[in-house]
Design a protein around this ligand. Structure first.
Ligand SMILES: Nc1ncnc2c1ncn2[C@@H]1O[C@H](COP(=O)(O)OP(=O)(O)OP(=O)(O)O)[C@@H](O)[C@H]1O
Length: 372
């Protein structure tokens, strides 16, 4: 990420499906929302819970701390909180603290007066002033130098900034949404991060689970990115083969949603036909032979995949649903036993149960097509 101030880009794209969160078209246009803010996938129960948490936190002005591995959607969540808040018509600024040079960081954040230092040819607003009445997303706050942490703490307490080269404080009204992928408590213990600033940030905390811990999002996200990139590339509809689904569901996704997005984009670029196969996805540490092995043993699901790979998707679905429903009922809805019986992982089973509306408490059923 760079240090450029990033207001919403002018790329409105409205997701239509029911399980995508969307903003109405008028609002999207007036905010010039980017695709990242207009279509979010929250299918897995873990993500649905997160969504509820965001909706509760968003309307207040409370400072938010978002914690999550790289690529889990921290910036997207920050944008969503802003879009749900009363500040939504004002600026959302995003700044990566790790990418700022220590010399420039103070003037970038707080602004500077003309002549404050060599090269300061004109006075300039800092990020805080630009985001006045809006929200400021500070990514990688764990990387802020200690001296800057003290200055930032003062701004949060006093609600005013002093430009470099000036003595005149300027009042600012900015909601801070901070994010980190390092453990800030450990950073505090190691004296790399000020405890008082940590407590200031940590008024409302949102923890984003890695993608491997919310497997119910994997296929809906895949379809979401498939649709998005196919449209951008001007392709007709592209489908996912059952074997590719199997590989995607069984991969660990160390780079989380960003890795999945890039994998789908790349697969679309190299795929020769209109069905993505396992070999179109280049997943780190997974060789195609391993992918093939993973679907070549005696599992019932594998047999179905092989038999019906060429069959119309509807026929495959009907048979698969029947098998899964019967096994689930036979095992008295015990997921561990059902997964064992079908020789599939629990993640895959949970996804299938969700897909066919068989998870306890799930109303009706949805299909991946609903989210694509
Ligand atoms: N729930 C979601 N629905 C749809 N797209 C998502 C979702 N979450 C993340 N993405 C997409 O995944 C990509 C990575 O998200 P984002 O940049 O917000 O992650 P991050 O945690 O801020 O990453 P980093 O730690 O590297 O800065 C983006 O393109 C974003 O639009």
């Amino acid at each position: 990420m760079n240090t450029v101030f990033k207001p919403y880009s002018n790329d409105p794209t409205a997701g239509q499906a029911s399980s995508l969160l969307t903003f109405d078209e008028k609002l999207s246009r007036s905010l010039a929302l980017s695709v990242r803010a207009t279509a979010l996938v929250f299918e897995d129960p873990v993500s649905r819970h997160l969504l509820e948490q965001m909706e509760r936190i968003a309307p207040s002005d409370a400072t938010v701390l978002i914690i999550g591995e790289t690529g889990t959607g921290k910036e997207l969540v920050a944008r969503h909180i802003h879009a749900l808040s009363s500040r939504k018509n004002n600026t959302f600024g995003a700044l990566n603290c790790a990418a700022l040079s220590e010399n420039l960081i103070e003037s970038e954040l707080f602004g500077h007066e003309k002549g404050a230092f060599t090269g300061a040819l004109a006075s300039k607003e800092g990020w805080f002033e630009t985001a006045h009445k809006g929200s400021l997303f500070l990514d990688e706050v764990g990387d802020l130098p200690l001296a800057l942490q003290a200055k930032l703490l003062r701004v949060l307490q006093e609600r005013e900034v002093v430009k470099v080269g000036s003595r005149q404080p300027v009042p600012v009204d900015v909601r801070i949404i901070a994010a980190t992928n390092v453990n800030l408590e450990e950073a505090v213990a190691a004296q790399h991060f000020r405890a008082d600033l940590y407590y200031r940030f940590n008024v409302a905390m949102i923890q984003l689970a890695p993608l491997r811990e919310r497997p119910g999002d994997i296929l809906p996200l895949t379809h979401h990115f498939l649709k998005m990139y196919a449209e951008r590339l001007g392709y007709a509809e592209v489908a996912l083969s059952p074997a590719a689904m199997h590989v995607l569901l069984n991969y660990d996704w160390p780079g989380n949603i960003r890795e999945l997005e890039n994998a789908v984009h790349r697969a679309l670029l190299i795929c020769p036909g209109n069905v993505l196969r396992p070999e179109d996805f280049k997943l780190s540490g997974v060789r195609i032979s391993e992918q093939a092995n993973s679907i070549s043993t005696s599992s019932l699901e594998t047999a179905l995949h092989r038999l019906f790979e060429q069959a119309p998707p509807k026929l495959f679905e009907v048979i698969e649903e029947t098998v899964i429903r019967s096994a689930f009922e036979y095992c008295e809805k015990n997921q561990v036993q059902t997964a064992r019986m079908l020789d599939i992982s629990r993640n895959v089973l949970r996804h299938k149960l969700n897909h066919y509306g068989l998870l306890p408490g799930k109303q009706g059923k949805f299909t991946e097509k609903d989210v694509a």
